[in-house]
Design a protein around this ligand. Structure first.
Ligand SMILES: NC(=O)c1ccc[n+]([C@@H]2O[C@H](COP(=O)([O-])OP(=O)(O)OC[C@H]3O[C@@H](n4cnc5c(N)ncnc54)[C@H](O)[C@@H]3O)[C@@H](O)[C@H]2O)c1
Length: 423
């Protein structure tokens, strides 16, 4: 992390270059410019233990750490965080920040910017901010750091499953916009993501469960072995919070392997496409139709992703890309993990088709590029277009399948609080 600084470099984490040349006719100038970001992801345990070097390596040489911490996480781990920095004689300034889904607003970003800015912490532009919490704080505080000095590095200490495998290392920092959830933001990956499944011990069941959807998503389109691990151990990992509240050392090791494989799968594709230059993003599986209905249906993010996965997988079967047995296997895994596989919002074809068109436009307008499992579990294909009749057929098949389930396919604890929108 503390590589030798090049003379005149503005930050140790970013490199750039490019070319400038005059056009052949001498009337114009053409420029190319590139930005290379350095990122690292670490799965560790006992991150606040005095002997754990992960945070010390970053903040020890600087002598101070400015942190933005999710308010709930601060209640559980604030004392340990403060004790860690005090033990190492590093000054720590903390902003405790409410971070529910309804806090994903520009107002929250402004408040964080105010804390980081000249009137409070006066953070320098190469000083990595520490962000601690789940997907909401990584999105909002990440966006604040993207805006501060136009780009300030941050370290993400992921405390939820979603943050550990997806939102944490994600380059997409954001708040919710009118067009879509997460639609206002900037590409700004953390320079370091730290994952410690021991912190899941205090995560509630609902948030643990919806995080599993992001892992199933990666497994189904990218890694069969990960899928098999979930089939074999998923329910026990859920019940023991990845081995942090039960089970044995072997289960904890399996949990870390699941996290590591998920991260590797995610980063193999997203890591080098951090600025979303390409549309071939397998991990957008479950994220083609769900952004258009997640808030409307009042679903927790992972459940909305799971409902979309079920729809996408049925489409893959209908176009002859996936055997029925594999579609059923994905469906069965999500059911066993208590994830939703259906929501009546799918019957609102106006909402679903409008969402599809908005997604097509977001993905460049030329095609829908909907990733679905293709050929087998662990491999991906992209549906370039999905006609309205085909979509309606898939919805109807899933509606009938869900009607036969005791819970109507709604999953366990899948809803946001209807009055507050709080997750
Ligand atoms: N930017 C991206 O690429 C990306 C990817 C996936 C998800 N997301 C976003 O992430 C969010 C969902 O993530 P999430 O599930 O982490 O939500 P979250 O941040 O709301 O965390 C869930 C709840 O758990 C609490 N919490 C977090 N860690 C805890 C811990 N260790 N112990 C006790 N409580 C803890 C939080 O305070 C919150 O109440 C959504 O807003 C989604 O849009 C973003």
């Amino acid at each position: 992390m503390n590589a030798q600084r090049e003379p005149f470099a503005t930050s140790e984490y970013y490199r750039g270059g490019g070319e400038v040349r005059e056009t052949a006719d001498g009337t114009g100038i053409e420029i190319t410019a590139s930005l290379t970001a350095t990122m690292r992801v670490t799965v560790t345990s006992g991150v606040f233990g005095p002997d754990n070097p992960t945070l010390l390596d970053v903040y020890g040489p600087r002598g101070r750490c400015v942190a933005v911490v999710d308010a709930v996480v601060d209640r559980h781990y604030g004392a340990a965080l403060r004790a860690y920095f005090a033990h190492h004689g590093i000054g720590l300034t903390v902003m405790v920040c409410p971070a529910t889904e309804s806090d994903k607003t520009l107002r929250t970003v402004e408040r964080i910017l105010d804390f980081l800015g000249v009137n409070h912490c006066n953070v320098a532009r190469d000083e990595p901010i520490l962000v601690v919490g789940g997907g909401v704080i990584s999105d909002t505080a990440g966006l604040a750091t993207a805006l501060l000095h136009r780009r300030t590095p941050y370290v993400m200490l992921a405390t939820s499953v979603v943050a550990a495998v997806d939102a944490g290392p994600s380059p997409r920092t954001c708040v919710n916009g009118d067009q879509f959830k997460n639609s206002i933001g900037a590409y700004h990956p953390p320079v370091l993501t730290v994952v410690d499944s021991g912190l899941f011990a205090t995560l509630d069941d609902r948030h643990l469960r919806h995080g599993m959807a992001e892992i199933v998503k990666m497994a189904a389109v990218d890694e069969l072995r990960l899928f098999e691990l979930l089939e074999e151990h998923g329910e026990r990992l859920l019940a023991t919070r990845f081995g942090s509240t039960g089970g044995d050392a072997a289960l904890r090791k399996t949990g870390d392997e699941v996290l590591h494989r998920s991260l590797l799968s995610y980063l193999r594709h997203e890591g080098t496409n951090a600025y979303e230059i390409y549309q071939d993003r397998p991990h957008a599986y479950g994220h083609t139709w769900s952004p258009g209905f997640e808030r409307r249906a009042g679903l927790l993010h992972g459940h909305a992703v799971a409902v979309d996965m079920a729809l996408s997988t049925t489409l893959a079967e209908l176009v002859g890309w996936l055997p029925a047995a594999d579609r059923e296997r994905i469906h069965a895994l999500n059911r066993r993990l208590g994830l939703a596989v259906y929501d009546p919002v799918l019957e609102r074809s106006d909402i679903i088709l409008a969402g599809q068109e908005a997604m097509r436009s977001k993905r460049g307008g030329r095609a829908l590029w909907a990733p679905v499992p293709r050929g087998r579990i662990g491999a991906v294909g992209y549906l370039e277009d999905v006609p309205a009749e085909l979509l309606a057929e898939a919805v109807e098949l899933n509606r009938v399948r869900a009607a036969a389930l005791p819970d109507g396919g709604r999953g366990t604890g899948s809803r946001l609080d209807p009055t507050t929108g709080v997750s």
